[in-house]
Design a protein around this ligand. Structure first.
Ligand SMILES: [Zn+2]
Length: 271
């Protein structure tokens, strides 16, 4: 059953999608011509060792827009909750906002952090994951948020990503054709790439690791380091399937028709 699907990626921070799923998103857009929307819930204002919170929020939003344009997103929406404090927003409020977005665009697929992946240390990732699951699972129910301006809408599929995937995360998307674009989009988040290397540098100093690459960390060296890291990570992920580069997800179908009729009425697109 080939039909156009609308995709909503819900994340906490500006670079979450690029790190975890931008190769798959690029393939949805470039090969399937699916409209992909991204919803970033925080203002990213804690993601730097160099800039103040307000400075950072501004720079980060600008870079997110550039990366979204490169990937060809239909729309990027920034909610702007304070970074690191999504736990202070009531779970029902988050669910409400995500559900309204799902209904507005009639999302067929949601992508987010896996609500059931272990060892996730970031409170924002845990909050956005559970709120997205609940919003997607109940978006079709008219008695959930009847005040929304949009009709109830059934979400069919989810792609959950995680730093430590669960054992049943067996959806490997081949991103060989999209790895360059993924890296390019990621590197557009310059303030977040600074954060990444600043954290590595701090770690190296603390544990007494003498790594010469950190002695002269120009933006070029920073980008080379990150590119190599992403290529290694995606190549390692791909090994299990004999691919060159992959992104890994726990793929979930909502609804019961497949089970009821013993058929695969809904299928993942890119595997
Ligand atoms: Zn994040």
């Amino acid at each position: 059953m080939n039909r156009e699907k609308t995709v909503l990626v819900v994340v906490a921070h500006a670079d979450d999608m690029e790190f975890m799923a931008a190769g798959t998103v690029a393939r949805f857009i470039d090969e399937r011509h699916y409209p992909v929307y991204e919803y970033i819930l925080t203002d990213n204002s804690k993601g730097s060792y160099r800039l103040s919170g307000p400075e950072l929020a501004e720079v980060s939003a600008r870079e997110a827009v550039e990366a979204g344009q490169l990937l060809g997103l239909q729309e990027l929406r920034l909610e702007g909750y304070p970074d690191g404090e999504l736990n202070l927003v009531s779970p029902n409020t988050l669910r409400d906002k995500i559900m309204a977005f799902i209904r507005e665009i009639k999302a067929d697929i949601v992508m987010s952090w896996d609500p059931f992946a272990p060892y996730e240390d970031h409170p924002d990732h845990r909050a956005v994951a559970m709120a997205t699951l609940e919003a997607a699972a109940f978006s079709g129910n008219p008695l959930f948020h009847p005040e929304h301006l949009y009709e109830p809408h059934f979400v069919a599929e989810a792609y959950w990503f995680a730093k430590v995937p669960t054992n049943d995360a067996d959806c490997y998307v081949d991103i060989e054709a999209a790895i360059d674009k993924k890296i390019h989009a990621l590197l557009l988040h310059e303030c977040q790439m600074d954060l990444t290397v600043d954290a590595l540098l701090q770690e190296a100093r603390t544990i007494g690791a003498d790594l010469p690459i950190f002695n002269d960390l120009t933006p070029e060296v920073r980008n080379q380091l990150i590119e190599a890291g992403i290529r290694n990570f995606c190549a390692e992920t791909a090994q299990a399937k004999g691919l060159a580069f992959a992104e890994r997800f726990r793929y979930e179908k909502f609804g019961m028709l497949d089970k009821l009729f013993g058929m695969d009425l809904v299928q993942p697109d890119l595997v």
